[in-house]
Design a protein around this ligand. Structure first.
Ligand SMILES: [Zn+2]
Length: 418
């Protein structure tokens, strides 16, 4: 790197040094995020940087309130004590909001990724998009005020929605199950929020969910995965070699509309036979219960309704078991297609699939094994998400914090403790 820097013309040299310093500040933050508390000596060894450089960078990160002195570590019983540094979670927050068909969930995470705020509100789809934006803006307003009172700075807000998204414009181009086309989500929220607001970004729920899931499994050596949302619609977030697949125009992963359903049911997108007509949440509800059954009352909490279906299945109720079997069969068929195309190490089932995982996984696994060309499904493992319905909002909160890891120097130095 230094040799390269020397070869640059003189006027670029300073800018290049600043860019290297920015990169190294970010490198330390990311390393502390995955490795946990480390002494300066360990950081120098881990990252291959001189100890004096590490000390200077660590001091800057401490000044900016991003890391702090942690516990004193000792190497062995008689080793020299070493002061560790660790991420400081007290100062900053990234806010993520998932907007789904009938709820919105907001999660705030600190620099370490710990949850500091988790709020869910019910949305009545019939009330329309203006009422939905009002409700989400109200929830954000309250959180921004509360966090400011606690001395916590919100560095960014990311909103996750299903569908095709123009991220630069902050517009949802089309979201079939929400009935949205060309909805200006970012502008709509910005004009409604009274509090001082950090930048709002927009992202696809499945892609943001995959970011959260990847953070969970990365340390297990999993770098190729498919995350499937399990809500009214089905979307995929695809991680290939540690990177989120966006596609040429950012629309990769709209797997819910792959034509797989032999019954050719009508889909919310206007076409027939889409995968989500076989496997979406509404289909489960329809298969499992009659219209007047309390589990189909949309005003009730979704998790309570799903718990009731799970209890019935646990008790051997034939209709519930048959419904879950149908869902699992359809799920396996589509996952088989994805596994043939992408050969992931793991497919992570999110949302309601995760909630009912005990009743779905065995059958889904069997169908995948039967369908996929590669022996043993190319080594692909199926697992239920450990984050459940929180994936998209968590991933959105992580994405909102990402700017700090990319450029820690953008964070103003902390006020000295009074
Ligand atoms: Zn469709």
């Amino acid at each position: 790197m230094n040799q390269h820097a020397r070869a640059l013309p003189r006027q670029q040299d300073g800018a290049n040094r600043a860019s290297i310093r920015r990169t190294n500040l970010g490198l330390i933050l990311r390393h502390l995020r995955t490795a946990g508390p480390r002494s300066r000596t360990e950081l120098a060894e881990d990252l291959g940087l001189p100890k004096a450089t590490i000390s200077s960078l660590a001091n800057e990160l401490i000044d900016r309130g991003l890391i702090r002195e942690g516990a004193v570590q000792r190497e062995g019983a008689i080793g020299r004590p070493r002061q560790a540094v660790e991420l400081d979670g007290r100062r900053l927050c990234g806010l993520g909001v998932e907007i789904s068909v009938d709820y919105a969930r907001m999660i705030g995470t600190d620099l370490r990724g710990a949850t500091i705020l988790d709020v869910t509100i019910t949305i009545h789809p019939a009330a329309g998009t203006e009422a939905m934006l009002d409700a989400v803006a109200g929830m954000l307003d309250e959180a921004l005020l509360r966090l400011e009172e606690s001395g916590i700075e919100v560095v960014g807000i990311t909103v996750a929605t299903p569908g095709e998204i123009d991220r630069d414009a902050g517009v949802v181009l089309f979201a079939a199950n929400l009935g949205w086309s060309n909805l200006m989500v970012v502008a709509g929220l910005t004009e409604r929020i009274a509090a001082d607001i950090p930048p709002i970004a927009l992202g696809n729920d499945a892609k943001l969910g995959a970011i959260a899931e990847y953070a969970v499994v990365e340390a297990q050596g999993i770098h190729d995965l498919v995350y499937l949302t399990g809500e009214v619609g089905i979307g995929a977030g695809i991680i290939v070699n540690g990177r989120l697949m966006q596609g040429a125009a950012g629309f990769a992963g709209e797997v819910g509309h792959i034509p797989l359903d032999p019954a050719q049911e009508l889909c919310a997108c206007g076409r027939r036979g889409c995968w989500e007509t076989m496997t979406g949440l509404e289909t489960l509800m329809r298969l499992a219960a009659d219209p007047d059954d309390p589990v189909r009352n949309p005003n009730r909490d979704l998790v309570d309704r799903l718990a009731e279906i799970r209890d019935r299945a646990d008790d051997g109720d034939a209709r519930s078991l048959a419904a879950l079997d149908r869902i699992a069969q359809g799920l396996g068929l589509g996952i088989g297609v994805l596994v043939d195309i992408l050969n992931p190490q793991t497919v992570i089932l999110g949302g309601y699939f995760a909630f009912l995982g005990e009743h779905l996984l065995a059958t889904t696994r069997r169908v995948v094994d039967e369908r996929v060309m590669a022996p043993r499904a190319g080594g692909c493992e199926l697992r239920a998400s450990t984050l459940g319905f929180a994936s998209a909002a968590r991933g959105a909160a992580q994405a909102a914090m990402e700017g700090v890891f990319q450029d820690p120097g953008s964070v103003e130095p902390a006020e000295p403790d009074s």
